[in-house]
Structures are given as C-alpha cells and as structure tokens.
Ligand binder design. Structure first.
Ligand code: HEM
Length: 543
C-alpha cells in the first residue's frame, strides 16, 4: 500500500513534469511566433527613425539659389549698395523661419548665417570643421603667407600672438604705441589749422575725413612695423596700396589677361612694387642690425632702442623661434598694412559722422575729452594710458559705431567636414558666410537696432555679460582668428576723437551716405569743414 501510493505519486510527478516540459517546449516554440510581429514592428520603427535622421542630416538649410550661374549675386550687391542692406538677410530669415539659409552668390552655393550661436561655433571651429576662405583675388593680392590666409596651426598661432603682443596688446600700446599714435594724430590735425594769412577761413578748412584717416593709419602702421617716419617713401607706398586694395573684390583674371588697364592688372603691378619696397626695407634693416651689433661690440650699447615688428621677426628667425623666408616676411607685413588700413580709418570716419548727426552724444563726448585735456599740465601734452582708460562714453560711441556700421560685415569660411546644426547639414566643401552685421542689427539682441544709441552700452552689467558671453557683439570676429588689432583700433579711434573734439568744431561739408558694397564706407569719404576752437593750441612737438 505504502509503495502503491509512492509509486502513484512518482508516476504522477513524472507525467506532470513531462506535461510541463511539453508545455514549456510548446511555449518556447510559439514565443518567437508571438513576438515576431512586435519585433518586426520595433525593427520597422527603428529603420524609419534612422531614415528620418539621415534625411534630416542631409538637409541643407532652406533657401533658393536664384538664376543660373549668377544666383542671387545681383540681389545681394543691390542690397549692399543701398543704405539699408538688412532686407537681403532679414527677408530670407523671416521667410524660412530660421537664421540659416542657403543661397548662391559670387559663383558658389553659400550658406548664410545670422545665428549668433552658429557664428560662434564657426569662429571657434577654425582648423577643425572649417577653414578661412576668402575670394581668390584677395589671396593673390595679399600673398598666401599673410596671417589671414595661413591655415590654423602652430605657425599661425605664433604669428598671431607676435602681432598681438608686439603691435596691439595693452602693454605694447601703453609702453610705446600710444605715444606714436598721439603724436601722429596731433601732427595730422595741425595741418588742418588755417594759415594765419588766409582770407575767409571763417568758413572753415575743408578736410576729406576718410582720406586723412587713411593716411594717418597707414603712416602709423608703417612706423610700428618698420620704424619709418611719414614722408615721400610712405606716400609712394600708400599710392600703390590704394591700387592693390581697389581690386580686392574684383574678378581675378589669369595672369595673361591681367592687362594694366584693368583694376586687377593694376593691382597685380602695384603688389609687385609694394613687395619690392618691403624687400628693400628688410635688407636695410638687416644692415642696420649688423651696424648696431658692431657699435655694441665697440662698447656703445644703444640703450632704450625699441624694436619694431620687422626686427622682432628677424631676431626671431636668427634665434630659431621662427623660420621665415623673405617672401613670408613680405606677405606678413603687407597683409598687416592692409588689415588695419581700411578698417580703422573707416571706423574713425563713421564715428565722426554719427557724432555729427547726434549732437547730444557729441556734447557728452566732448565734455569727457575736455576734462581729460584740462588735467594736462602742458596744454599740448600727449595722452597716456590712464587718459585712455578714463573715456567710458567715448568707448560707448566706438562700440556703437562698430555695431551699426562695422566695416567687416561678416567672415567667410569653408566646411572641411559635414557640419550638423539644428537638424541641417552643411556638406563638406560648402562655403559659409557668418554675418556679424545681421546679428548686430537683430532686434532680438539690440532694441531699436538701426538707431545709433551709444547709451545702450552704458546699460547694466547683465547687458554687457550677455553680449560678451553669447557672442552677439563680435565686430572683431573670434576664436583663433580674433582680430589681433582690436585694442589698437580702439586706441587709434579714441585718440583721434580726443584731438578732434578738443581742438576743433566742424560740420558736414556735403550730404554723404553710407554704403556697404564692396566695403562699408561713406560714398564721398565724408568731407567736413573744420574750425579751431577758441583755445586751440598749435602742436609744436618735434616730428
Ligand atoms: C575697427 C577696426 C578693425 C576691425 C573692425 C577688424 C575686424 C577684424 C575681423 C572681423 C577679423 C576676423 C577675420 C576672420 O575671422 O576671417 C580680423 C582679423 C584680422 N585683423 Fe582686424 N579689424 C580691425 C583693425 C585691425 C588692425 C588695426 C589690425 C592691425 C594689426 C588688424 C589686423 C588683423 C589681422 C592680422 C587679422 C587676421 C587674423 C588671423 O587671421 O589670425 N585689424 N579683423
């Protein structure tokens, strides 16, 4: 009986486990069948998502490429030749609902950006996902070794930092730059004083402001780079420079077609002459250095000798920190002369134009500068670094001038990898124009953007922090190619405004208007009639 029950239980368990095993097997067999639709569904969904992602990833920013070959070039030029170029970008941004759009200008498909985040991304990606890409006319005329065109990397970093520390850092400006600037500005303006025997000078002396500002910035840069004082040599060099810069935005012709009656042909010829003059200056500097070394060996050390940029380059080369050929030095110097020439002089001219048109801003600025002048023991005493640092309203005027009419309205780049941004892809090889101006004129960041309002820069710290940290105000670019001349430019404009408002009163001699193509400037170079203010001293410092 006992065994019978046990046997029954064992058999029962046996049957039971066999049935369970069978059931399990059945379940295992049926599971894939049951799960297949689910798996298939998931698989399909995943595929679809991947497809969507891929589609979004290959999507160019929206836009139209306009007419065959010329694309939208004529529309762009027409807009930038007017006083209000904003609609070209603003209308497209509004139409597509995004601050990035694709167009076709100057023979190439180009993505325009009016998006401060994307602009910042581009400026900071130099040498990684983008590279500098200027029209070929500019690279031929500047030379491929110029700072603006050297690819980002150690060589570029070294020369960029040399430019900054030697020429334009606050320390360099405080220690020696500011003295030269003050002296040259004062001297330039002394030539505006009427001759005592001139009849009818009550109407004022006519000054073509842009021309004077250009001459001044050129002479200043030559002095800083080569230690050569203004004179016939610098004037002859400047005439060649004018021809060279004229062709920056012209169509680059092959050398056999670059006849001397074309703008481009004249510019190529001028470049040769400028390069030869610079080569001559290099040779003279080498001789001068060896003469100085001989004198020092003969125990006549030349204490207090300040090295100019060319000497720094030659010494750097001798010490092995640089290895630059003569051709590389020529390109480097030539481009530095160009970089500060148009930019600073145009900014000076525009600051004066805006002040003329905004008398209340002029009153405040003059008041600030008169106080600085009144503190000088010597009436014609030069400005020093402390004076420069005591001009808060003047700095507001300069910032506002750079915002409303920056000479560099944007920077060109080329994608060297595919760039994904906000669901769009800018393919490798595509040209990109990061418009700094479009952001400066965007109502979202600057209320009443078209209005010249220097007081906006007196706003709270929060405003300053916002414009600095978000990159919405970037007249000097950013990243590896941040303009090394940003402080130098501010100092030159400040010193110019100081001497102008403390020594003269003026009025516009003619109606003049702003245009933005090929560069930002006033159409007539802003002619003004200047009169000395009652107390004006004649600058008698030696040249
Ligand atoms: C108001 C005056 C100026 C403005 C608005 C200005 C603006 C700019 C901007 C936006 C860039 C960046 C270009 C880019 O990223 O492709 C730049 C680069 C440059 N600027 Fe200026 N600039 C001014 C004055 C000067 C001066 C006085 C100098 C003389 C030292 C100078 C020398 C340069 C150089 C050498 C570069 C090329 C830097 C590089 O590629 O590493 N600039 N400038």
């Amino acid at each position: 009986m006992g065994f019978g029950i046990i046997d029954f239980i064992v058999r029962g368990l046996h049957y039971y486990s066999s049935a369970a095993a069978l059931l399990l097997l059945l379940l295992l067999l049926l599971l894939p069948v049951a799960l297949t639709p689910r798996l298939y569904y998931n698989y399909k969904q995943q595929k679809q998502k991947q497809k969507q992602k891929k589609k979004a990833a290959t999507k160019l920013p929206p836009g139209t490429v306009g007419l065959p070959v010329i694309g939208e070039t004529l529309k762009l030029i027409a807009a930038y030749k007017s006083e209000n170029p904003e609609p070209f970008i603003a209308e497209r941004v509004r139409r597509h609902g995004v601050r990035l759009f694709t167009t076709h200008v100057f023979g190439e498909r180009t993505v325009f950006s009016a998006d401060p985040d994307f602009n910042r991304l581009l400026l900071c990606s130099e040498g990684r996902s983008v590279e500098c890409s200027y029209p070929s006319s500019i690279s031929t005329l500047l030379g491929r070794h110029s700072l603006l065109l050297i690819p980002a990397g150690p060589a570029h970093r070294r020369l960029h930092s040399l430019t900054l520390t030697r020429l334009a850092s606050p320390a360099a400006l405080r220690d020696h730059g500011l003295v030269h600037i003050d002296h040259l500005v004062a001297r330039t303006m002394s030539s505006w004083l009427p001759h005592p025997h001139d009849q009818g000078h009550g109407q004022g002396v006519r000054v073509l402001l842009l021309d004077q500002a250009k001459k001044l910035t050129f002479d200043l840069t030559v002095k800083q780079l080569l230690s050569i004082d203004p004179g016939p040599w610098t004037e002859a060099l400047r005439c060649e420079y004018v021809l060279l810069i004229d062709a920056f935005f012209s169509i680059p012709l092959p050398s056999f077609l670059a006849f001397s009656f074309t703008t481009y042909g004249r510019a190529i010829k001028a470049r040769k002459k400028v390069a030869e003059a610079l080569r001559e200056a290099i040779r003279e500097k080498i001789e001068e250095r060896s003469r100085r070394r001989d004198q020092e060996a003969g125990e006549q050390p030349m204490n207090g000798h300040k090295k100019d940029m060319l000497e720094e380059l030659l010494e750097g080369e001798a010490a092995g920190s640089f290895s630059l050929s003569e051709e590389e030095i020529v390109d480097f110097l030539l481009a530095l002369l160009v970089a500060g020439y148009e930019t600073t002089s145009t900014s000076i001219t525009l600051a004066v134009k805006f002040l003329t048109e905004n008398p209340s801003a002029l009153v405040l600025l003059r008041d600030e500068q008169d106080k600085i002048r009144a503190m000088k023991e010597d009436e014609s005493g030069a400005l020093d670094w402390t004076d420069y640092k005591s001009m808060p309203f003047t700095q507001c005027v300069i910032s506002e001038t750079l915002r409303v009419a920056n000479i560099v309205s944007g920077v060109f780049r080329r994608a060297v990898t595919d760039i994904n941004y906000k669901g769009y892809t800018i393919p490798k090889g595509c040209k990109i124009f990061a418009s700094l101006r479009a952001v400066h004129m965007d109502e979202e960041y600057f209320k009443s953007a078209p209005v010249f309002d220097p007081w906006r820069w007196q706003a709270s710290d929060a405003f300053h922090q916002q414009v600095a940290s978000t990159g919405v105000f970037s007249p000097f670019g950013g990243g590896a190619r941040l303009c090394p001349g940003y402080e130098l430019a501010r100092v030159v404009i400040s010193v110019f405004l100081h001497h102008l408002v403390t020594r003269f009163s003026w009025e516009a001699a003619e109606e003049d208007r702003l245009v933005f193509f090929p560069t930002t400037r006033t159409l007539k170079g802003y002619p003004i009639l200047v009169r000395p203010r009652a107390h004006t001293h004649i600058d008698q410092r030696p040249c």
